[in-house]
Design a binder for this molecule. Structure first.
Ligand code: PXP
Length: 239
């Protein structure tokens, strides 16, 4: 099975918000990403709504024909309520601080095990698939299995940074983490800083990779190649 490509459309919202109004439209972007071959749409609402707004998430939900993935920190009741109301295919729990530029670490699945168990049960009881963002550390992935999560999303920034220096060294911890996930029967996603250069090697080195979610690089590439071509280019890296 080819790894699924979920397109994170937060950057479309960032561009829109820079001028007010509705150009570019995130709703149209979600429709078009699916039309152009995306296997899913990812949104990451943050409490200050500086990218995707809570109202965008509600507006997008009815047009989803693929998989809808909502990412965010469940510490805010607002986030939990939004997810329970819109019932996405998957919720990805991310321990990002409210004002953080972008996600920069995964969960401490050992220290926060009780908290994660409680909050994951809330989403699972609503029939939503749960994934949690983790650093590529086999012990943290193994511990994630005890939280009740369905999947883990490996945080790929470290891989992306090292890829150009030494790709075999860059992927090493990720293969160990992926094996740990497989040994525990956990599904596996990945994301952050994946791009047209580093994606193919990552996906082909990790056979149990089910989904990647990609935003920044893909939307930036779309400026040069167009959204349809870009989505197809990314999908080709995952075959
Ligand atoms: N996964 C998570 C948990 C994220 O927070 C983000 C960024 O919002 C991504 C994936 C996508 O990262 P990028 O925009 O670098 O592709």
């Amino acid at each position: 099975m080819a790894t699924k490509l979920s397109v994170n459309i937060n950057k479309i919202a960032t561009l829109r918000n820079s001028r007010g109004g509705d150009n570019p439209s995130v709703l149209k972007a979600a429709i078009d990403c699916q039309r152009f071959g995306a296997d899913g749409i990812t949104v990451h609402p943050r409490p200050d709504e500086r990218h995707i707004r809570y109202s965008d998430v509600r507006e997008i939900k009815p047009i989803i024909t693929t998989e809808f993935n909502i990412e965010g920190n469940p510490l805010e009741d607002k986030f939990v309520d939004l997810v329970l109301e819109t019932l996405p295919t998957q919720v990805t729990l991310v321990p990002d601080d409210p004002g953080q530029l972008t996600s920069n670490h995964g969960w401490d699945t050992i220290g926060k095990a009780d908290y994660l168990k409680r909050i994951i049960a809330v989403f699972k009881n609503a029939g939503i698939r749960v994934s949690i963002f983790v650093d590529p550390v086999a012990e943290l992935v193994t511990a994630a299995a005890d939280t009740g999560t369905d999947r883990v999303e490996l945080y790929t920034e470290a891989y992306a940074k090292q890829y150009h220096i030494n790709k075999d060294a860059a992927i090493f911890d990720y293969i160990k983490a992926a094996n740990a996930a497989a040994a525990k029967g956990l599904g596996l996603n990945a994301g952050h800083d994946l791009d047209l250069h580093n994606l193919k090697f990552f996906a082909s080195s990790i056979p149990n990779l089910e989904e990647v979610s990609i935003g920044h690089a893909l939307i930036s590439d779309a400026i040069y190649y167009g959204l349809e071509n870009t989505i197809q280019l990314y999908k080709r890296q995952l075959l």
